[in-house]
Every structure is written in structure tokens, then in C-alpha cells.
Design a protein around this ligand. Structure first.
Ligand code: NAI
Length: 302
């Protein structure tokens, strides 16, 4: 088995002070990458700040013979994002890999959710990914190389009670990826998204206690490292995982049905009478870009 290495590569991992992000930072460094360990060191709800979170991981990496530099900025501002990227450039002169992983939770059922709870979660997960990824892509483009991973969640992809803010942000990341993958494809910048599952402080009171050992955050690391490797064969894809299971997930369309002739109006009764075909996901396919939806309408448009 040929070993996958990251020698000469410079990586940023946001929110790498604990949980899943720490695993990425440790293994990237172990396999030769120089790593920026970003972490604000706040509480699960985003409050507070503690530089020791990032410092400890940097110490761990250095003690094992690796190379890492700490950064304590919040991902949630443009200044923070720029400074995180600048830290990589100042320390190591370039940037090859960005893993957008930082996150917080402010759970509340939809009707009880405050504007502040909404804004803070969107700011860290969705805006935060923009704030760090935009300056990162500027640098990657100059070098004609980049590997970017966004961190979504089953909560955003499929739904979870009490997490409409988090779910919106997490599915929004898939939206960023869908566009960004097209805009950077010619620069050998590959952009993929993962939906991890892990026992961490974020999920310790959400998952059954007996899952603690089996949902080790480590199990997410090899998939993400593969997506950050030179030879990763895909871009614009989403992968879910946990406990050693890995699988692709995607927004797909069914074949549907063409009604009318694109000139006469279609009646609501025709929707009712053809609903079995409209709702069917028996034959589905994912799409590389929004324009491909026209393929279904082709018989009507020709
Ligand atoms: P965690 O709470 O252990 O780690 C998140 C890290 O992000 C913390 O170290 C925190 O200090 C840091 N952080 C928070 N706000 C920040 C900011 N503004 N700037 C910089 N750093 C900040 O959580 P965990 O479980 O490791 O989650 C990692 C990612 O995976 C998050 O994006 C989370 O939403 C996502 N995720 C986790 C799942 C799980 O099962 N644990 C499930 C689905 C998604």
C-alpha cells in the first residue's frame, strides 16, 4: 500500500483545538504537512475564548516531531479569515489545504429561536467558511493547487429537531461548494464537503452514551485526509461518515414527468394525476451544475 503523504504541503484546520479538527491536524502533521492549528477556544455555544486549545495541539504536534503554528482568530469575520490565511503565509510561505471545521451550537426549536441564536450560528459556520475560504482561494489560485473541505452535517442534509439555524448553515456550505467547485476547477483546486459523526463535546449530550467509544472522532479523519490529498479524484461531492462507515450523499433529482407542450398552461389536476411519477425517486441522478436541470425539460424545450 503506497503511503499518502503531505510533505511540503501547508494546511489550515479551523477549530482544530479539540474534537474532530484536532484529529485532522495531528494526522496531517504526522504525514508531513505543516499545519496552522486555528482555534478560538470558546465554549460549545461560542462564548469565551481560550488560546490554550490551539496551543495544546501545536505542542502535541511538535512533541511528535511535526511542524505546526497556532492561530486564535475567529473564523466569523473577514479580518479573522484573512489573518488565519496570513498566519500560514507568514509561517510557511504558502497554502495548499484548508479544512473548514470550526463550529458552535445554539440549539432551540424554530418558534423559540432568537435572532442572536440564528445570527451566531450562521456567522461561525456559513459566513465563517466564506471568510476563511475566500482569502485561501486567492492564494491557492496563484499556485494552481488547492484542496478545500467544508464541514456540513446530517442535521443540515436531512434535518434535526431544534437545529434550524445550524441546519441552514450546514446545508448552505453545500451551496458554497456547488458554486466554488465550478469557479476554481481550472486551477486544480478541489472542493468537497463532509458530514461527520463523532462523539465530542458538541454531541456528548445528543448521542446515546454507549456510542462514546465507537464514535471516536478519529474515524472521520482518513476520509477528510483523502479529500485533501494530491490524487483525490473528485470535486464537488459530499460524503457522510461515522464509526468507520463512509458513503456519498447527494442532492438528486428523479426523472419526473413532462406535462403539456410548454405552450398551454398546466392544470393543478394534472399535477395530482401524475403525482406518483413526480414524487418518485426510483431513478435518480445527481447534477454537476444547475444548468443540467434543463436536460429533464429537453422534450418540452426542443
Ligand atoms: P467541537 O466543539 O469539539 O470542536 C469545534 C471547535 O471549533 C472547537 O475547538 C471550538 O473552539 C472551535 N470554534 C468554535 N467557534 C470558532 C470560531 N469562531 N473560530 C475558530 N474556532 C472556533 O466540535 P466537533 O464535534 O469536533 O465538530 C467539528 C465540526 O464538525 C463542526 O463544524 C461541527 O458542526 C461538525 N459536525 C460534528 C458532528 C459530530 O457528530 N460531532 C456532526 C456533524 C457536524
Amino acid at each position: 500500500m503506497t503511503e499518502i503523504r503531505y510533505d511540503g504541503r501547508v494546511a489550515i484546520v479551523t477549530g482544530a483545538g479539540m474534537g474532530i479538527g484536532r484529529m485532522y491536524a495531528l494526522e496531517l502533521a504526522h504525514r508531513g504537512a505543516k499545519v496552522i492549528v486555528n482555534d478560538l477556544g470558546g465554549a460549545r455555544d461560542g462564548s469565551g475564548a481560550d488560546q490554550s486549545a490551539a496551543d495544546k495541539v501545536v505542542e502535541e504536534i511538535r512533541a511528535a516531531g511535526g511542524d505546526a503554528t497556532a492561530n486564535y482568530d475567529s473564523v466569523a469575520t473577514m479580518e479573522g479569515g484573512q489573518h488565519i490565511v496570513q498566519t500560514a503565509l507568514d509561517a510557511y510561505g504558502k497554502l495548499d489545504i484548508l479544512i473548514n471545521n470550526a463550529g458552535i451550537l445554539r440549539d432551540r426549536s424554530f418558534l423559540k429561536m432568537s435572532e442572536e441564536e440564528w445570527d451566531q450560528v450562521i456567522a461561525v459556520h456559513l459566513k465563517g467558511a466564506f471568510c476563511v475560504t475566500q482569502p485561501a482561494v486567492k492564494k491557492m489560485k496563484e499556485n494552481n493547487y488547492g484542496r478545500i473541505v467544508f464541514t456540513s452535517s446530517a442535521s443540515g442534509l436531512y434535518g434535526n429537531f431544534g437545529q434550524c439555524n445550524y441546519g441552514a448553515a450546514k446545508l448552505g456550505l453545500v451551496g458554497i461548494m456547488n458554486t466554488l467547485k465550478l469557479e476554481v476547477a481550472k486551477y486544480d483546486i478541489k472542493v468537497n464537503t463532509i458530514a461527520p459523526t463523532a462523539w465530542s463535546r458538541m454531541t456528548a449530550d445528543l448521542f446515546p452514551p454507549e456510542y462514546e467509544q465507537k464514535l471516536n472522532p478519529q474515524f472521520n479523519e482518513p476520509m477528510v485526509l483523502f479529500l485533501c490529498s494530491e490524487d483525490v479524484p473528485v470535486t464537488g461531492m459530499t460524503f457522510a461518515m461515522g464509526a468507520g462507515w463512509y458513503g456519498r450523499t447527494a442532492v438528486v433529482s428523479g426523472n419526473g414527468v413532462c406535462l403539456g407542450d410548454a405552450s398551454r398552461p398546466v392544470a393543478v389536476e394534472e399535477i395530482r394525476d401524475n403525482f406518483d411519477q413526480i414524487v418518485s425517486l426510483d431513478e435518480t441522478k445527481p447534477h454537476d451544475n444547475g444548468g443540467s436541470i434543463f436536460t429533464y425539460m429537453a422534450p418540452l424545450l426542443s
